[in-house]
Write a protein of this length. Structure first.
Length: 283
């Protein structure tokens, strides 16, 4: 008998028109011959509760959440993962037999990308620029993966202290807030430097974080959450000083791969997803 119904996944957000996740997820579904669709859906804040109810009613396999829904969705869910509970934000929902489970794959995607490139997190000393949603997710996952010390660099003291306190209270890692002053030096014992801010994102690709790039030592790992452009000024300058550099595409693809597996139960074709996204972003 013919089977015409596709399994549904997608993303809820506002704005959401420029979210490229559909490119990599649809490529993965096609590569494995799965009858799945990934829909990019505009959901206004006042409609979030109705939209989440529709995930159950329409038997979605799951959904991604982007701004401004990552925090407000939490009371609408049935369960949270450990990471999502610590971070206090959800970017992925899995519909398991009508039970909606909240997960945060932002940080997991980032740490997976680093580990796949032989960057050691266990015992690492990490400097994270920023204290927003991406920084919270990345700091949490780095801590859960055994990082020994995390410097939280932020211009707003309240946010920086809050994130440092969260890591200290909820994980075994030691975290400290560092005020983001002009031409900030990178501590000499830093193993991994991470830009978790949107600085450098298109159309501001000529911008870079204000740090003293001369304090970056050879062999240090440098990673950027910004994926458009692929090669940011931040990474170019870090590479010029001898750092091993990792762009934001790796994080986005690994995040998408985790979502793919959570929804389908299948191993994600990561190479297919990476190539599809890189082709899209590089024109």
């Amino acid at each position: 008998m013919a089977h015409y119904r596709a399994e549904l996944t997608g993303v809820f957000g506002d704005p959401v028109d420029d979210n490229p996740t559909c490119v990599l997820e649809e490529a993965a579904y096609a590569a494995l011959g799965l009858n799945y669709r990934y829909l990019t859906i505009k959901v206004l804040p006042e409609d979030l509760e109705t939209a989440i109810a529709a995930v159950k009613a329409m038997n979605f396999k799951g959904i991604n959440l982007t701004m401004p829904h990552k925090i407000k969705v939490i009371p609408l869910l049935d369960e949270l993962s450990e990471a999502a509970g610590i971070i206090g934000a959800v970017n992925t929902v899995i519909n398991k037999d009508g039970k909606l489970i909240g997960e945060n794959t932002d940080g997991k995607g980032f740490t997976t990308a680093l580990k796949n490139n032989n960057v050691t997190l266990s015992g690492a000393k990490i400097m994270i620029l920023g204290a927003g949603g991406a920084a919270r997710a990345i700091a949490t996952e780095c801590a859960l993966n055994g990082a020994s010390h995390i410097y939280i660099v932020n211009r707003t003291q309240v946010s920086g202290n809050e994130l440092a306190r969260l890591i200290n209270e909820k994980t075994k890692c030691c975290a400290e807030y560092v005020p983001w002053t002009e031409n900030l030096a990178v501590p000499a014992d830093t193993d991994i430097l991470i830009n978790a801010t949107p600085i450098g994102f298109t159309p501001n690709q000529m911008h870079r974080p204000d740090i003293d790039y001369d304090t970056i030592r050879e062999g240090m790992a440098a990673a950027d959450v910004v994926f458009d452009p692929v090669d940011t000024l931040f990474l170019e300058e870090c590479a010029r000083h001898g750092a091993r550099c990792f762009n934001g595409i790796g994080m986005l693809v690994q995040q998408g791969a985790l979502n793919f597996t959570l929804w389908t139960g299948e191993e994600a074709p990561v190479d297919v997803m990476y190539n599809a996204l890189a082709k899209e972003l590089q024109g």
